[in-house]
Design a protein around this ligand. Structure first.
Ligand SMILES: *[C@@H]1O[C@H](CO)[C@@H](O)[C@H](O)[C@H]1NC(C)=O
Ligand SMILES: *[C@@H]1O[C@H](CO)[C@@H](O)[C@H](O)[C@H]1NC(C)=O
Ligand SMILES: CC(=O)N[C@H]1CO[C@H](CO)[C@@H](O)[C@@H]1O
Length: 503
């Protein structure tokens, strides 16, 4: 009988001892006073000066001065000679809220600053015109943009090498989050949503899983305590007990969002050609083009059948070939913009977030920017690039495998996952995402079931988005957007964010 009180109290005493043991062994608690001397305090991160010679942009400057930016060292506390600095820029919400969005760009190797300035952040630019983004996500939630893994954007390390797998990526980000929440104490206990785009479809499921494993280690004891507490409550009227103390170090995980996700290369690589062939007449392909593309597709099929690599160069060659045939040719009517195929047809041929518009590159390398964001410290990278090739190359050999199976597991254990696609995106196109989901098994069924709910949402800017929901998974398909959905379609970005905050 469970009701035997002696067992109850012995169990409780043992559990309390275990809680202390786990907290000490894992350095679990948020109250880690020794970190006060090791980590800077929140106010030292405040962005004060102008981030460029923005004297004609007072509205931009006003936004920036409410934000916090700089480095968090994720190296071991025990060895102060290790400097492994991840750069972040944190915008507290414009409203009272307990929701935090952690935003990562993909690449791999692309800076969170691409997201901040071009996708969903408070400030945007268009060839040296800087302006507040009316659809900034920080109007609805706290948002922190992070440059990771090491050597992405402004992040660096004096010991760690380029990350080679998702385990290394997740470990650094987990430490970052624990220390970020320690520094910004107002955020302790906040619901933490992991969000990002593209290759963050690999990063984020692994990170979400890492946080859950760490949470479970911290919570193990607490869940025993809550079981006992329920029993105690039967004997002691009015007894209340908080199962998870707010200072436990547990990260209160919310939803997982990936826009234009890269998570299942075997279907996604194979969908590039079918997607592109929808626009055969716009591209003006001739027989030779089709024949050549079909050969690459066959070689790609061989490779994706062999393994679960997230990067396969012969598969990349399909988009590469289509891009190349328009370079320097005058007899072809169109260019190929892999981020937004429709923009390419209108003559916008390069990615405006990186190479197509140098505003971010030049601003982030200015002395103004470095001083204001506290990234002019000794040892910090001399040059910022929006996307780092060495970071990308190092992860190309990663054997962690497609995150598809992690997503299945996360759904099976009851988490809320949101994916979104833009109809004009080529590189993580909607055909591939649909095919990948059709082959995935979660909640005991494969693909969306007959009971999935579908809704068409008319956007204030005229387009339509479709929201499909089934067994914890939400898929939002936006008709009028490319790869960077909120950049192309602010209202659709808000539709997506609302799903996250509700999830
Ligand atoms: C934890 O919650 C209690 C009660 O709500 C509060 O007094 C305390 O300050 C909180 N501790 C932290 C670290 O937030
Ligand atoms: C959504 O719109 C599509 C295309 O017009 C239509 O086929 C579908 O039935 C609509 N679904 C709902 C739930 O209204
Ligand atoms: C409570 C506790 O055990 N804190 C330890 C956490 O880790 C640091 C560094 O390893 C120790 O110095 C603390 O004593």
């Amino acid at each position: 009988m469970l009701g035997s009180s002696i067992w109850l109290w012995l169990g409780l005493a043992w559990t309390v001892a275990w809680v202390d043991h786990v907290a000490a062994a894992t350095n679990g608690s948020w109250s880690m006073p020794w970190l006060d001397d090791y980590l800077p305090d929140a106010e030292s991160y405040r962005v004060t000066g102008p981030i460029y010679d923005f004297f004609f942009y007072p509205d931009v400057q006003a936004i920036v001065e409410k934000s916090y930016a700089g480095y968090i060292n994720v190296g071991p506390y025990s060895d102060p000679s290790v400097v492994s600095n991840l750069f972040f820029w944190y915008f507290p919400a414009e409203i009272e809220t307990n929701e935090l969005v952690v935003y990562l760009n993909g690449g791999p190797g692309c800076s969170g600053m691409v997201g901040l300035f071009k996708v969903n952040g408070p400030i945007s630019y268009d060839n040296w015109d800087f302006f507040p983004n009316p659809y900034s996500w920080h109007k609805k939630a706290h948002v922190v943009y992070v440059d990771q893994p090491f050597f992405t954007g402004l992040s660096y390390s004096n010991t760690a090498n380029y990350a080679k797998n998702e385990f290394q990526v997740s470990q650094a980000m987990y430490t970052f989050l624990r220390r970020f929440l320690y520094i910004f104490k107002d955020l302790q206990g906040a619901r933490v949503h992991l969000a990002g785009e593209s290759f963050a479809g690999q990063y984020l499921p692994f990170l979400y899983n890492t946080i859950q494993v760490r949470n479970q280690a911290l919570r193990g004891a607490s869940s025993w305590m809550s079981t006992f507490a329920e029993l105690i409550a039967q004997y002691i009227p009015g007894y209340t007990f908080t199962a998870v103390p707010n200072d436990s170090g547990i990260i209160n995980l919310g939803a997982l969002l990936v826009m234009s996700p890269w998570f299942s290369p075997r279907e996604q690589y194979m969908s590039n050609l079918p997607f592109i062939l929808q626009f055969q007449s716009e591209f003006g392909f001739d027989d030779y083009d089709i024949q050549y593309l079909t050969q690459i597709q066959a070689a790609c099929q061989n490779q994706v059948s062999l393994n679960e690599k997230t990067y396969i160069d012969v598969c990349e060659a399909i988009i590469g070939y289509v891009s190349a045939i328009f370079m320097g040719t005058t007899d072809r009517p169109q260019c190929m913009n892999a981020y937004n195929v429709q923009a390419g047809f209108k003559g916008v041929c390069t990615d405006t977030t990186t190479t197509g518009d140098l505003s971010l590159l030049i601003m982030a390398n200015s002395a103004y920017f470095r001083a204001a964001t506290h990234t002019d410290a000794e040892g910090s990278p001399a040059g910022f690039t929006p996307c780092s090739s060495p970071v990308q190359s190092a992860l190309q050999v990663d054997g962690s495998g497609a995150s598809r199976r992690i997503i299945e597991q996360l759904l099976d254990s009851g988490n809320s996952i949101i994916l979104a696609s833009g109809a004009y995106d080529v590189i993580s196109n909607h055909i591939g995402i649909q095919r990948a989901l059709a082959g995935m098994t979660w909640g005991g069924e494969t693909g969306f079931s007959a009971t999935a709910s579908y809704a068409n949402v008319t956007m204030s800017n005229g387009g339509t988005s479709t929201v499909v929901r089934d067994r914890g998974l939400t898929l939002i398909q936006v008709s009028d957007a490319g790869h960077y959905i909120p950049q192309d379609n602010g209202p659709a970005g808000y539709l997506i964010l609302d799903q996250v905050l509700a999830g």
